[in-house]
Design a protein around this ligand. Structure first.
Ligand code: PEP
Length: 259
């Protein structure tokens, strides 16, 4: 982490876990374990129906609420979709886009990731997109990780101004490390996170690249977080399994805050 230029972000991704009725207990358990300083940003990205109760449960805590997906459309006849304005209205501050599970099981293309990013950045909404990119094991073994990541980053940011990119977060999530218990080594994660920043520097400028938080995600947990977070280009984590347990999640948040 380079705290001079970027505030660390620890974002939990609850995926399709937990119930609205469990959010208060989660928040009550997490509250005393949180750091006392404002040294990092903590976020919990919950399924849509849990958002109102989670917003209420974390009120007064330094925890922001995020969503896991958003529609590309503003409003209208799109049954089952949820707009960025609806999320903002509920108090949502962050939203994951292009998670590998959505890319794999819901046909989320790079074009959709780009359109969702734009929907979140719209001036009337201003929700921070957490844009996920990452290679499969096959791509890593074929030696095309960097090409793939560069393409995903370029497509996701297509048409954005430098000021808009400075309001984004990118999460490097190697597909082979998500939910598998297999973490990228700190060297592997740093190498790709540094490459993501270099890609943004090439596409935009040094100031934009320096300001952009790049997170690592993929089986980050209470045991391995310190080593990963010590890398200069890893500005925090996107945490799946370990974000479901306040005790584990708080260890990661405290590590990012430097406590
Ligand atoms: C994720 O869902 O983005 C993730 C990184 O999951 P896990 O931490 O469980 O690998």
């Amino acid at each position: 982490m380079n705290k001079k230029y970027r505030k660390p972000i620890i974002a939990g991704n609850w995926k399709m876990n937990m119930l609205a009725s469990q959010t208060k207990d989660f928040a009550d358990e997490l509250k005393p374990l949180l750091p006392k300083t404002r040294g990092c940003e903590s976020v919990v990205c919950a399924p849509y129906p849990l958002i109102p109760s989670l917003v209420k449960a974390v009120k007064g805590m330094r925890v922001a609420v995020g969503a896991q997906d958003v529609s590309v459309h503003d409003k209208g006849a799109y049954t089952g979709e949820v707009s960025a304005a609806m999320l903002k209205d509920l108090g949502v501050k962050y939203c994951i886009v292009g998670h590998s599970e959505r890319r794999a099981y819901h046909g989320e293309t790079d074009e959709l990731v780009n359109a969702k990013t734009k929907a979140l950045l719209a001036p009337e909404v201003e929700i921070t997109p957490i844009i996920c990119v990452g290679e499969t094991l096959d791509q890593r073994e074929k030696g095309i990780t960097m090409e793939w990541i560069a393409m995903q980053v370029k497509c996701a940011l297509n048409g954005l101004t430098d000021a808009e990119v400075r309001r984004c977060v990118i999460a490097y999530e190697p597909v082979w490390a998500i939910g598998t218990g297999k973490t990228a080594t700190a060297e592997q994660a740093q190498e790709v996170c540094e490459f993501i920043r270099a890609t943004v520097r090439k596409l935009y400028d040094a100031k934009t690249a320096r300001a952009l938080p790049v997170l690592y995600g993929g089986s980050m947990n209470a045991k391995n977080c310190a080593e990963l977070l010590a890398c200069p280009d890893i500005d925090g984590g996107l945490i799946g399994g370990a974000s479901l347990k306040p005790a584990d999640f708080s260890v990661i948040i405290n590590a990012a805050c430097g406590e």
